[in-house]
Write a protein that binds this ligand. Structure first.
Ligand code: SAJ
Length: 421
């Protein structure tokens, strides 16, 4: 097989996709604006952490199946996997999708398939097609014309930490800007995906992806709201949710310090933006989840009043368990706000990093091993449920105030007080 694929964006989605496709026999050319990332990939190394990704990248680069560059090249299939953040007013920011599209325009030839994998607001795939046709009047979207190109959305669905497995096993939704685009794109995914490849139109595919992440956001908001209600009522939220989930048709997710990452806390805003008058529940859920870090901070402040110069151990910084990704992490938000308060020392333990992110380096915070952080702590603030923290010896929590936002501290230890929120 000599099908050439050009992937623009070699981040948490693009690089694993490039590696998996190369392993499946495609000839893959990856593109990124980050020259250091390009350089390390060409050396068979990875610039992000994802289990086993390093091994696969090394293998496919050595075999000559994956190359990286800062510029695209001609290919049969183009995949865009770039970020779609929002601007300050929660309006979608399509700048990366636009610049990625513009970067491939000179390389597109009739018969090519162009796929947007980035999670996108409704109408983005059509916009992408318009940008291409505007600059390339020699191409067309007309079905059965010899200069036809195919444009589709196939939103990524993979969970960080399980990306290599989920890229192959998950069902996919493909929505083209016309029927032939949908069919051609679906055939491509069927050639390497073991799950079902479901066909629809571009707009429905876009909203499907936003709906998946919104479902999760709304469900987590319910858990977070319940945890704050439980705090007022002195009920253990974790026990409550566990019991309620024994009902065969109830499945409440877990509360936490807030919702982080670049997907679940972002995508619902795209629905709110598209339907501001209708999206009341979705909007409220976002506000509930965004308010949770402030609530946790308030609990820590209350505990701090019991000491003159308290030492606080903050356990975990990443946006969720067992990964090194700190982007949009509620733990980072909480720790940096804590640091702005006075008369205390803060020790942060995050086993997946070797140095603090730049915004925390400037603050009065020490990165420490878990044991050291706990040794002198008056207050222990548990922010991420890393497997590593589940092994903490309960004795090291004795006589400390433990604020456990992820419900992992064993109750048989004898802390001074546990606030499980
Ligand atoms: N979280 C909770 N309670 C829970 C589950 C999650 O507070 O019960 C928090 C996490 O701690 C984290 C945030 O939510 O801060 C998001 O974590 P996540 O594991 O739910 O999701 P992501 O952002 O890593 O990945 C999601 C996935 N979407 C769904 O599960 C519907 C993934 O499949 C998507 O590909 C990804 O978004 C994406 O890129 O859109």
């Amino acid at each position: 097989m000599n099908v050439k694929v050009c992937i623009v964006g070699l981040g948490y989605i693009g690089l694993p996709t490039a590696a998996v496709l190369a392993e499946k026999g495609f000839l893959v050319h990856g593109v990124d604006v980050n020259e250091e990332a390009v350089h390390s990939i060409n050396n068979g190394e990875v610039h992000i952490y994802e289990p086993d990704l390093d091994k696969v990248v090394k293998k496919v680069v050595t075999a000559g199946k994956l190359t990286a560059d800062i510029v695209p090249m001609k290919a049969d299939i183009f995949i865009l996997a770039v970020p779609t953040p929002f601007k300050e007013n929660h309006k979608p920011d399509l700048a990366y999708v636009e610049s990625a599209t513009k970067s491939i325009i000179p390389y597109i030839e009739p018969g090519n398939i162009i796929i947007l994998e980035s999670t996108s607001p409704i109408g983005t795939t059509e916009k992408m097609a318009e940008w291409i046709l505007h600059e390339r009047t020699d191409l067309s979207m007309d079905e059965n014309k010899s200069n036809q190109i195919f444009v589709s959305h196939c939103p990524e669905r993979v969970l960080p930490g399980q990306i290599l497995k989920e890229l192959i096993e998950n069902d996919r939704t493909v929505g083209g800007i016309n029927k032939t685009s949908t069919q051609k794109t679906a055939e491509f995914y069927e050639s390497f995906v073991e799950g079902k490849v479901l066909q629809t139109n571009a707009k429905t595919a876009e909203l499907t992806k936003l709906t998946e992440n919104t479902y999760r956001d709304v469900n987590i908001a319910l858990a977070n709201e319940l945890s704050m209600i439980c705090d007022d009522l002195e009920i253990d939220a974790w026990e409550l949710i566990k019991l309620a989930n024994h009902h065969p048709r109830v499945n409440i997710l877990q509360p936490g310090p807030g919702v982080g990452g670049h997907c679940i806390a972002v995508d619902p805003w795209f629905i709110v933006d598209a339907a501001p008058k209708r999206a009341n529940l979705i909007h409220t859920a976002r506000n509930v989840n965004d308010a949770k870090p402030q609530f946790v901070l308030q609990k820590v402040k209350e505990a701090m009043r019991m000491f003159v110069n308290p030492s606080i151990a903050c356990l975990g910084l990443s946006f969720k368990a067992n990964i090194d990704d700190l982007r949009e992490s509620p733990a980072v938000e909480i720790v940096s706000k804590l640091a702005s308060l006075s008369n205390h020392s803060i020790y942060v333990s995050e086993p997946h990093i070797t140095q603090l992110p730049l915004n925390l380096q400037k603050l009065n915070i020490q990165l420490a091993g878990t044991e050291d952080a706990l040794k002198y702590a008056d207050i222990v603030l548990l922010l991420v449920e890393h497997d590593y923290f589940k092994l903490i010896d309960p004795i090291s929590l004795e006589n400390k105030i433990v604020i456990d936002t992820k419900g992992i501290v064993q109750m048989d230890s004898k802390p001074k007080a546990i606030k499980s929120i």
